[in-house]
Design a protein around this ligand. Structure first.
Ligand code: ADP
Ligand code: MG
Length: 687
């Protein structure tokens, strides 16, 4: 039966009310029955019809309705993966990529990496010619465009979680729109958890004129279709704090304990911001459980953040043992990207880690910042999946109503654009200011990015990629500053060391945390520490790990995270291969740390800082922006306070802290980046 179709002439919107097809379920496996019970199943025919007839289909539906796991399978069943074509499903988060791919593979009864595979940076679990459904980060798909600008192997690309407006999602949407003009047969599905569909629809609806000729031409309509999947969330009761809380970690712990003591069975989901506060809450809860003895043994605490070993990540999806209550303590990955079953209570800290960028000071950092009302509603919604639930907001109602922003700001408007600009340049998009963005980045941020890339020697006076340096930097799947550091290590004869450092910097931390033994961890660090700084200390850890025969006992003894080190070795191997491919000679400097520090300076000169004269408080100023910064307590240079340093990144809490710091000689700055520290940039590059 054909779905009924209402065509709204003005907006070109389509709404469906599908005819419900009921199936006895007889003869189906239980997984098939589960699939048919998802809200999206009723729209299967409608979705396939829209994808067939429209270039772009926007699917809006509540979290857990089955968009991510089902739509790619429907497409495959309808033949979109026939003839060697591939269906892509992009996610902003790596953690979600792995979880979605393994779930889809499981539902299809295939081995992960065969018909269903996934790709994230440094990990490609797909098989050419075999993989039909490929889940990947939006960033990984952007990378693929460097080799195949029209993404020719894909028949349908589903850009999932579009409401998140991650920087890569926005770049991708802009590029996909361009690709569609060259490849009208390519289908896009934009899926989103919130009704912001109109702006997405407007973005893709640039060709109303084309509709007039529709009768005559073959092929899909260019105006986007919108389909809204009705969820079936239960009512969620909201509780606010009477007074603002000063410490949301403490407040989260006591709220969880009080739910556990007073409320009927049902799992709890706590939204915090990152590994640090999550580990802290897990530890405090576990201590409390232990101190209470047997009474509270019914509480199972599970952390969820990226960087957690896979086995631990998967624990959150296992069903809660009878008589127990699961508490998942998560970043906002559980807000819309992943659906956890069995959640009845949500505890919302009101915060998440967000990128913030100030183009004036050219400082970007990850800060713990207030979420928007839209996010708060999403979080609350997680409590109503299986029955009416409760959401405990760790802030006041007054704050929610009067102070919380309605929507979040797209990441592209609060990020440093260096990586974004180089990627677009590498794809031949020269007029970046004129690029068709879903949301335009600020011109100041754009100018800053061009300036840094120019100083890195990646762009020339005409703002074109330099050859070979610019193209080489663009080839390395890392931040351009790191890529530049790798490139220059080739001339400085220390590429083996610099590649190790790059690999270590690309994972969250090589140290074990959350064991509640800060003092022991600090002592362990001292065994590897050097006055040259954190990067050199990393090299000592790596060396020690190798000399131990990559032993896990050695790691345990030294508070080094064994899984992280294994990952470092994997990433390092891949980076070495990339380096060789683009003509970087692999050499070790045999302990010449001067060369290593110089190579780092070549990439990170923009992050140079100077210790304030007569400052006994360890106050530094950035050289370019005169911003006040301090060395992070986790750095081996904390309290050492060398006069001149370069940092890798900033974290901001009560102050701006520099994370991963090395000491430098200031004369290197003008040597490696004369344009940045002495001259004005040529104005021609802005055109
Ligand atoms: P949406 O994308 O609309 O938010 P999903 O397709 O992610 O919905 O989820 C649909 C259903 O599949 C949910 O009920 C969810 O619990 C289940 N599910 C998804 N991923 C997993 C997983 N890794 N393990 C177990 N169940 C999962
Ligand atoms: Mg989803």
């Amino acid at each position: 039966e054909k779905p009924r179709l209402l065509d709204d002439e003005e907006g070109g919107l389509l709404f469906f009310s599908s005819s419900h097809s009921s199936s006895s379920g007889f003869g189906y496996s239980s997984i098939e029955r589960l699939r048919q019970r998802l809200p999206v199943y009723k729209y299967r025919t409608a979705i396939l019809y829209l994808v067939e007839t429209h270039s772009t289909t926007i699917v809006v539906g509540e979290t857990g309705s089955g968009k991510t796991t089902q739509i790619p399978q429907y497409l495959k069943e309808a033949g979109w993966a026939d003839g060697g074509r591939v269906i892509a499903c992009t996610q902003p988060r790596r953690l979600a990529v792995q979880a979605v791919a393994s779930r889809v593979a499981e539902e299809m009864g295939v081995k992960l990496g065969e018909e269903v595979g996934y790709t994230i940076r440094f990990e490609d679990i797909t098989k050419n010619g075999v993989t039909m459904i490929k889940v990947l980060t939006d960033g990984a798909l952007l990378r693929e465009m460097m080799d195949d600008p029209l993404l020719t192997k894909y028949s349908v690309i589903m850009v999932d979680e579009a409401h998140e407006r991650s920087i890569s999602t926005d770049i991708l949407l802009g590029l996909l729109k361009k690709i569609q003009r060259r490849r009208p047969e390519l289908r896009l599905i934009i899926s989103s958890a919130t009704i912001e569909a109109k702006s997405m629809s407007d973005f893709f609806n640039t060709s109303k004129k084309r509709r007039e000729t529709e009768g005559g031409v073959q092929g899909p309509r260019m105006d986007p279709a919108i389909l809204s999947v009705e969820g079936r969330g239960f009512n969620v009761q909201i509780h606010y704090m009477e007074e603002p809380v000063s410490n949301y970690v403490q407040a989260a712990v006591s709220t969880v304990l009080s739910i556990h003591d007073k409320e009927p069975m049902g799992d709890i989901l706590v939204f915090l911001t990152g590994q640090d506060d999550i580990d802290a809450v897990v530890q405090m809860l576990n201590e409390e459980i232990q101190s209470r003895g047997r009474n509270s043994s019914g509480l199972l605490t599970l952390p969820l953040y990226s960087g957690l070993p896979r086995a631990e990540q998967e624990l959150v999806f296992t069903s809660t043992p009878r008589g127990k209550r699961k508490v998942v303590i998560s970043t906002n990955v559980a807000e819309t990207s992943l659906t956890l079953e069995g959640i009845v209570y949500v505890v919302d800290s009101g915060f998440s880690k967000q990128r913030v960028y100030d183009p004036i000071s050219d400082i970007e950092n990850l800060v713990v910042a207030p979420i928007s009302k839209a996010s708060a509603r999403q979080r609350a919604g997680r409590a109503g999946r299986i029955r009416p639930g409760k959401c405990y907001r760790l802030y006041t109602e007054e704050y929610f109503i009067n102070e919380m922003a309605t929507e979040g700001i797209p990441e592209i408007q609060r990020s440093n654009l260096v990586s974004c600009v180089i990627q677009l340049k590498a794809l031949g998009i020269d007029n970046i200011l004129g690029f068709d963005w879903p949301a335009s980045p600020s011109p100041e941020a754009m100018v800053r990015a061009l300036e840094v890339l120019y100083s890195l020697g990646v762009l020339d006076d005409d703002a074109k990629l330099t050859s070979p340096a610019g193209f080489q930097v663009a080839e390395i799947p890392l931040d351009p500053m790191i890529s530049k550091m790798i490139l220059s290590s080739s001339q400085l004869g220390c590429s083996e060391e610099i590649i190790t450092i790059a690999a270590i910097l690309s994972i969250q931390s090589i140290w074990v945390s959350g064991r509640g033994a800060q003092k022991e961890l600090d002592e362990a660090k001292l065994r590897f520490a050097t006055a040259e700084g954190d990067h050199v200390t990393f090299l000592n850890v790596y060396k020690g790990f190798f000399q131990s025969g990559k032993s896990s006992q050695w790691c345990h003894k030294n508070f080094v995270n064994y899984h992280a080190m294994k990952k470092v070795i994997e990433i390092r191997d891949q980076l070495r291969r990339t380096a060789q491919r683009i003509g970087i000679s692999l050499k070790s400097c045999e302990g010449d740390m001067l060369a290593v520090r110089k190579a780092i300076t070549t990439g990170f000169f923009a992050n140079a800082c100077h210790l304030e004269a007569y400052s006994h408080s360890g106050k530094y100023k950035t050289i370019r922006g005169s911003q006040e910064v301090y060395i992070h307590p986790s750095s081996v240079l904390f309290r050492v306070n060398p006069k001149w340093v370069i940092y890798h990144s900033l974290v901001s809490t009560d102050r701006q802290y520099m994370r991963n710091v090395i000491s430098i000689d200031p004369s290197w700055l003008t040597e490696v980046a004369p344009h940045f520290y002495q001259h004005q940039r040529p104005t021609s590059m802005l055109h």
